[in-house]
Design a protein around this ligand. Sequence first.
Ligand SMILES: [Zn+2]
Length: 390
Amino acid sequence: MAHGGSLGELRAANLALVISILEQAGPMSRADLMRRTGLSRSTVSSLVVQLLEHGALVEQVDRGTPYKGRSGRPPILLELASVTGVVAGVDVGHRHVRVALARPDSTVVQERSTSLDVDDSPRESMDRVATLLDELLAESGHTRADVRGVGLGIPGPVDHEGRMTSGILPTWRGLRPADELAERTGLTARVHNDAHLGARGELAYGAARGHRDVIYVKASTGIGAGLIVDGQLVKGATGIAGELGHVQVDVNGVMCRCGSRGCLETEVSGPKLVGLLQPAYDERLTIPRILELAESGDPGANRALNDSGRRIGRVLANIANLLNPEQVVVGGTFGAAPALLAGIRDALDRYSQPTTAAAISVLGGALGERAEVMGAIAVALDPPRMVVDR
Ligand SMILES: [Zn+2]
């Protein structure tokens, strides 16, 4: 994937411009397209050729308006081809794979998730994704040829080239998940970190809809974030912005799997919470069980969730001071736990600037654990590749 003002990115931006003008203004001639876009004749001509080749545009003869052509040829209008088929969103978590199919207007037509342990085998996870995708396509009366785009979320840092970058998921390091999917399905995917996709999902379809400055926190097995600044997801120089779980909170803390020490994730995470509470309970605790206990008013579970929220919130307070967000939207397994949200709220009030804190709403994500798969659908629908990369 091109980035950073490269020729590829410029071309993508020009393609998106052409498509959006045709969407808004309807069919028009090449000359009108030149006037509307302000692009040169040769640029418009080359973009149009690409779009025609990919079936995104169709030519039609303009018989509606009189013309003065001496050659006797009526003008040709360019029109967007109606987009059919489906896009796929894929969310690969530490313990699950979720796949959804949506129409081009983003209405979900099929969705299913299955549990697994990704940390052990990325190849097995991608096998499961391929199987699930084929099942959903068959059930909805589609084939792989109907898939117009795929968004794929992975629970670890993914660089601009779609490669897994650090030791956070050791068995995935250096792998290109898009290649793994293409090998199994022949489909081209846009790959992103799962918390980035969660942010995109909540921004497009959930709690952050209509907001421009949002910190999305994914609180699950690990802790991740997607930072939305002025309506755009911040990707950073190498694509891995938002590594909230690896903000150092204790210089002398325990070693983290990322190679640093005392990261937030070494103090707060799903497994840490289980470890913290287990000695006080006779039954074998799991994350879902802890959430159940909290919901039924269990003081220990709520205290532990509240403390976790405070630890996360203390880090968020610093980020809030820098970014001045309107919302902190918490998704992932723990996003719906009121005690955790209350802890975050308290820490923001205590540790960020008073006016900064006053501007922030803290709320659970509206999409819950579906935020990532919906973000994957949003990414699959991003112009211009949805119509260009067939
Ligand atoms: Zn770390």
